[in-house]
Structure formats: C-alpha cells, structure tokens
Design a protein around this ligand. Structure first.
Ligand code: SF4
Length: 396
C-alpha cells in the first residue's frame, strides 16, 4: 500500500542493505541491549561455537596463493629474458640493472614508454633487414605490454588475498576451506566463511565472520568483538575443545574471564574406563622444586633446554625439554618410545597449568551445568538457521 502496490526489485533491497551495513550491525547491538535490559539475558556468559557457511560463489572460482606466486616468479624471469632479447640499449640496461630485483607493473610501463619513444625516433627503414628489425621490435614491445598486464593481474590477486591462502573470483571475501557437509566425500574445498557466534539463552549476542577455518585462532579476536560491542568482556566463556589453546587460555586469564573451555583429550579423560598411558609425559612424576621428571623405570629426566615455537597466529610458546640419562638396555624401551638415543620429552608447563585449571572448572558443579547448557545453546541456533530455515549458504 505504502509503495503504491509496486514491488521493489531484489537488487534495490540488496543495495539498500549494503548501504546501511554498519547501521544494521548497530541495531543488532541495540536489540541485544534491550534483551539485557528486559532481563532475558545477562551478557555475563558467552556460549561460543563456529560453523562454516558456504559462499554464493561457485566452487571453481578459486585463486590459490601458491599458484599465483609460482607463476609470478616465472613471469619475472620471462620479462628479464625478453628485455635482454630486445635490441635496444634501454631494454638491455634495465634487464641488467634489475638482476635479482623484482619488476613491477609501473616500472614495466616506464620501460615500455621509453622503448616506444626510441622506436618512434628511428628513421624510416629502407632495406628489408631494417624493416624486419623494426617489426620484431614492435612485436617484442607488444609482448612486454602483455606481460606487464599479467604481472598487474597477479599483484592484484595477491593484494585481494591479503594474508589468506586463497579467495574466490566472484566473492573475493570468501576463502576456500573444507566444509563439514561433504556430499561427494572427496574433501573438496569450497568458498566460504567461518561464522562464529556467541549465544545466551539461545539469543545470539555476538557474531563475526573469519577467513581462517580454525576456530582456535579466532577466539581472542571474537572476545574482543564482544568487548567492542558492549564495552566489557563476558565473565564466563563456555566453548568446546576446538578453542582450548595456550593463547586462548592466556587471553581469558588476562581479562579475568572464567574459561569453561575444553582442551583436546578432555572427553577421553572423562570416560569411565579411561586409563592414562603410563609413558605419556602427563603421567610421569614431576618434581617441581628440583625441576626433573621420573620415568617409569625410575630414572631422572633432567632439563636439557627450551623449545620455542610460534603458532600461525604469531603467538610464541615455550616448552621445556627433559632427557633420560640412559635408555639403552631398558626392558620398557619398546613400549616407552621409538626414537633413537635417550628419551626426550617436551613439556609446556604453562599450558599444563591452564589445562589443570580448566579441568577443575569443567568438572565442578557449575562446569557440568555449563557443559550441559552448551549443547543446546549455539548448536540449537545453528540447527535453526542451517536446517530449519535452510540457510546453509550465503545467498547475497
Ligand atoms: S626407555 Fe628410558 S625413559 Fe623409558 S622407561 Fe626406560 S629408561 Fe625410562
């Protein structure tokens, strides 16, 4: 009635939505704050989980970093060879000067311009040989322009990709990743997004899209997103073992967040018939005062150094290395370890402490309640969105 019985086109609606993207996000925050004011949620707890949602883009529209970088390097060599072939001082000079240095599209444009100018200043060819030489030079210049355009294309691919390893040509924000639903069962990657949500009483309180398919790497930035929305961190975070890493535990510890976050093997440990492997570092006796482990044969394993590793997020972790004194001739050697020499174990004490703390929280009365609640929190929201509303793919 208001529109005079005219139906707006879907493109009009989409254009409008794109224009007010920021405002829609603000409205979402306001709605959540209203829910909080009405007492339906407290914003003190975040039940976090993630899912992969396919993009609208076709699965064959991929651009892979490795391929682009390989072809770009090949192209650089081809450009250098071509410049050396051009029978001109300018070209030869540039090829020689740029030995070991990368050509850029701008630089190639400059070289091509100079070569064109020098070609124009050449007097009218008279002999057959002169005519042929000019023709060859023109052909080479055309080839150089083609290569410059290709180089520009590769540079653009890398710029769009940013830190990602792939993107889709028709949806440049989407990254290629393995999806949970794999109908063909061939592990094919598809363009998509890693959607992270936080819920409370089945209301979505925060959401974010990531190009990284690993949930572990998204948690700190996702918790920051909650803080930027509501100007505070949640007091409690509940998440599954996909989020239990040293970096994440440290982040939550620093921001006074109670971490009901499982780590790998938590489920295994909770099984009634679980018997720990007596040879695993976690089962060995540790003397904290004197900093040594005791192996199953009663030998002291002394500290021999530290190992520094960096996660793909750039987070630095340190593990302490301990070595047994003499494993030769030990009757338990076969079951204990497979490598040569004396056994070496690596222990990340910081992570062990965080795991211990998480174990205590998760097995407490409150922890059992949160664990039970987690299954019907984000999972129910995903079920509603993906299956009941059939929104398995971003269609916009
Ligand atoms: S193999 Fe070495 S580390 Fe293992 S139980 Fe025997 S002595 Fe100890």
């Amino acid at each position: 009635y208001l529109a005079g019985y005219e139906q707006p086109d879907f493109i009009t609606i989409n254009r409008f939505r794109n224009r007010v993207k920021k405002e829609i996000n603000n409205i979402f925050t306001q709605v959540v704050l209203i829910l909080s004011a009405k007492g339906l949620i407290s914003l003190d707890v975040e039940y976090i989980d993630g899912t992969k949602i396919e993009s609208k883009a076709n699965k064959y529209t991929f651009v892979w970093r490795r391929t682009v970088e390989k072809n770009r390097a090949k192209l650089q060599e081809q450009i250098r060879t071509l410049l050396l072939q051009v029978d001109d001082v300018i070209a030869q000079d540039n090829a020689a000067k740029k030995e070991g240095v990368e050509f850029t599209a701008d630089l190639l444009s400059e070289i091509s311009e100079e070569l064109n100018k020098s070609l124009e200043s050449v007097p009218e060819p008279k002999t057959k040989e002169e005519k042929l030489a000019i023709r060859t030079k023109k052909k080479q210049l055309k080839e150089l322009d083609k290569k410059r355009n290709k180089l520009h294309e590769y540079d653009q691919h890398l710029e769009i990709m940013g830190e990602r390893n792939s993107y889709s040509k028709t949806d440049s924000d989407a990254t290629f990743m393995h999806m949970k639903e794999d109908a063909m069962r061939n592990g094919q990657t598809k363009p998509g997004y890693n959607l992270q949500i936080a819920t409370e009483n089945q209301f979505i309180t925060d959401f974010a899209l990531y190009a990284n398919r690993t949930d572990t790497l998204t948690l700190p930035s996702f918790l920051e997103s909650f803080n930027s929305r509501y100007n505070r961190y949640a007091k409690t975070v509940v998440a599954d073992s996909g989020y239990g890493s040293e970096e994440n535990y440290l982040f939550m510890d620093t921001h006074n967040i109670e971490a009901y976050v499982k780590y790998n093997y938590f489920h295994k440990e909770q099984r009634p018939r679980y018997t720990p492997n007596p040879f695993s570092p976690a089962s060995l006796y540790y003397n904290k005062e004197q900093d040594f482990y005791v192996c199953p044969m009663g030998q002291h394993m002394k500290r021999i150094g530290m190992k520094r590793s960096i996660t793909s997020n750039g987070f630095v972790t340190y593990s302490v290395r301990y070595q047994a004194e003499r494993c030769e001739g030990c009757p338990l050697r076969g079951s204990c370890f497979k490598a040569r020499g004396n056994r070496i174990i690596e222990v990340n004490h910081q992570l062990q402490q965080y795991k211990q703390k998480a174990r205590e929280l998760l097995t407490s009365k409150e922890g059992i309640k949160h664990r039970g609640q987690r299954c019907i929190e984000p999972e129910a929201v995903f079920g509603q969105t993906k299956y009941n509303k059939a929104y398995k793919r971003f269609r916009h």
